[in-house]
Design a protein around this ligand. Sequence first.
Ligand code: AMP
Length: 284
Amino acid sequence: MLQISDIASLRAWRTARREAGERVGLVPTMGALHEGHLALVDAARARADAVVMSIFINPLQFGPGEDFQRYPRDLARDRALAGARGVAALFTPGVAAMYPPGSETRVVPGATAERWEGSVRPGHFAGVLTVVAKLLHLVEPEVAVFGQKDIQQATLIRRMVQDLDINVELIVAPTVRESDGLALSSRNAYLDSTQRQQALALNRSLRAADAAWRSGIDDLVAIEAVMREQFRVASGVTVDYIAIVDRENLAPVDHLTRGTIIAVAGRIGSTRLIDNHVLGSEFR
Ligand code: AMP
């Protein structure tokens, strides 16, 4: 596996792939890789000849007081995992390569970014879309893969790709979970063993909502109560939001149906976790 840190070399690698007639897949990450990230690589490899994974902890998407400084970093481990999974090129730019002095242009998301994560993390999605737009332009991949775990991010990226006529196929891959249901996240590393148990309430609340809906309850207030009960039982999790929303635009719905998305976010100590479920889909 090739490791590339500068933009000129990345472009040269990309040009060589094109000249060899190869399709390129892009998997953007912030590193601290886990099986969720590696499943995105599998999905990209299924659709492309060469996969480039980026590892870049994007300062633009962290707000003041968030975990930019302490975000887990272990490049040697990431490199081994990515190489073993068949990544062809690992793009690891520094902040100065992505945002050289004088850089000031940003992608401005629309109203979908104001809700949910955006309301708790102002400016977050402008940062995400800006870095993703840059990566899409740098790599010009045929296909780019994102995780369902960050459903609002995936929705906004899809919107951006349409709105800005970016020529790429987007794949959203299912959330990979621990055997007890906890969604894999680089931020799980912050949890101590008690918090790790408490964190299960996110997934349990989604399962409880799905079970209640399957048993015939489609009233929003009742479903939210079923979910909040899971958080009450687990304790330790401060719920930021429970969002019961339309799959396309993440706007609140007035009744639940198959395909409705339920998204939750909560804080355990200083760790913020998110999870979501498409109603009627299977938990993996
Ligand atoms: P991150 O490094 O956390 O910014 O995530 C990089 C990519 O991996 C994003 O597209 C995420 O949605 C995706 N991702 C993170 N966790 C998971 C997971 N548990 N399952 C599937 N995809 C994930």
